[in-house]
Design a binder for this molecule. Structure first.
Ligand code: ZN
Length: 433
């Protein structure tokens, strides 16, 4: 068996297209490469085999085969995983050290299939949900089309809704537990984790269901915690999740702009209002991972925040989180008591223009304010050179994390112009020449 890091490294460095192109002709279409399916069982008449360059994975619309470089070889040549790793290593020209007592993580494609079954179960169950559940969706203004597009679902009061569905499809107990939607009960059997909740499957930009969030339904069953998320699984990590990515990613790229909201419902309402380039972080705090992911699709980001305390709390350390991500972030604060959902609902049209009119700030402005507070500087316009130098030094520390020289210089000059330290800008710029 092999060290996980070796496997990860191979997975990153050996391009699927280099292997597959020897088996079938590939044509480049956007971010994908498309060709006739090379799997021996699949007599593919029109090209249904896709390679996603971003993730170095494949999927065939015909025979539904899917996976990464290793999976490709196990499926094509009917060999085991370890053998496939050796083959890939050979292609990469690397020697791999064999290790005992090491089990590579199960590949995620199995979990992807299981998650899809679970999402289907919740979704179909929504059609048979009690009236109060459907009424709630109507009250919140969730259109029928959104229910379908976001694949919303319903977890009933049952202890074994998902358990039963997975059993019927022959999913192993181990894999079922790995999905995070079922756990072992006291008697060694299984029981559902999500019960009496409206379910939001989290679907990524490759249309994989990676996890779930469940929301309390008013007048049906009110849990003490309004939201509940899948625990950490090989596919799902709360700090990286961007809800609505499957519907938003193309438009984000096209517009070179992304709207970021907090709640699941907010993301849905924004889309219903025609703002398709919206994702939600689902009530967690913002992380570097969120912004890094988004900066791969766009350079402009607009954070739309509730005008209450919760919104302000979300902004703690926002500068540190976004500064090294290559995303230019603007923060729009909604009027007190409003969230994107209620704000959008006030207008019939031109929603984006209304958002544009909102007062805005930037992470840098917020950061300067924070340092000012820390250093107890009341009025920055009256600050002397030593005070300004101390404020500036505090912020330069963060800017220092930006890897690219030119990028760093631009951030510095933006900082100096905000602090109105003109002379200093020039001398600093010289040191970058
Ligand atoms: Zn196929």
């Amino acid at each position: 068996m092999y060290e996980r890091s070796v496997i990860d490294e191979l997975k990153k460095n050996v391009l699927l297209q280099d292997i597959v192109s020897k088996d079938t002709d590939l044509k480049e279409v956007g971010n994908k490469l498309i060709g006739s399916c090379p799997m021996p069982e699949h007599k593919d008449s029109n090209p249904s085999f896709n390679i996603y360059k971003e993730t170095n994975t494949y999927f065939c619309h015909g025979c539904k085969c899917t996976g990464d470089v290793f999976k490709y070889l196990t499926e094509r040549d009917k060999i085991g995983f370890v053998k496939a790793v050796e083959e890939v290593a050979k292609i990469a020209g690397k020697s791999i050290v064999k290790q005992k007592n090491f089990k590579p993580k199960r590949e995620t494609y199995e979990l992807e299939v299981v998650n899809k079954i679970i999402a289907e179960e919740y979704h179909n169950n929504l059609m048979n949900a009690p009236k109060v559940v459907k009424d709630y969706l109507r009250e919140r203004g969730i259109a029928r089309e959104s229910v379908k597009k976001y694949y919303l679902g319903f977890a009933s009061k049952d202890w074994n809704q998902v358990v039963g569905a997975l059993k019927k499809r022959g999913v192993s107990k181990k894999l079922a537990i790995e999905s995070g939607t079922v756990v072992e009960n006291d008697r060694g059997g299984l029981r559902d984790v999500f019960r009496s909740r409206l379910m939001f499957p989290v679907i990524d930009q490759h249309n994989r269901v990676i996890g779930f969030a469940g929301r309390t339904i008013p007048h049906y069953y009110e849990h003490s915690s309004k939201y509940m998320n899948t625990k950490k699984t090989p596919l799902y990590s709360k700090g990286e999740v961007l809800y609505g990515m499957h519907l938003a990613h193309e438009q984000i790229k096209k517009n070179n702009k992304v709207y970021i909201v907090e709640g699941y419902m907010d993301a849905i309402t924004m889309r219903q209002a025609g703002i398709y380039n919206t994702v939600a972080i689902g009530g967690t705090s913002y992380t570097n991972a969120h912004f890094r992911q988004l900066s791969k699709l766009a350079t402009q980001g607009v954070l739309l925040l509730d005008g209450d305390h919760g919104g302000k709390k979300a902004l703690e350390n926002i500068y540190e989180k976004v500064v090294d991500s290559e995303l230019d972030l603007t923060i729009k604060l909604l009027p007190s008591g409003e969230d994107p959902d209620t704000f959008i609902s006030k207008f019939d049209k031109e929603h984006e223009e209304e958002i544009d009119k909102l007062p805005e700030t930037t992470p840098l402005d917020l950061h300067i304010e924070k340092i000012q507070e820390k250093l107890n500087v009341k009025d920055i316009t009256k600050a002397g050179p030593n005070t300004l130098a101390r404020i500036s030094q505090n912020i330069e520390k963060e800017i220092g994390r930006i890897a690219d020289n030119q990028n760093r210089a631009i951030h510095l000059s933006r900082l100096y112009s905000k602090l109105k330290i003109k002379q200093y800008v020039e001398s600093q710029e010289k040191s970058y020449e």
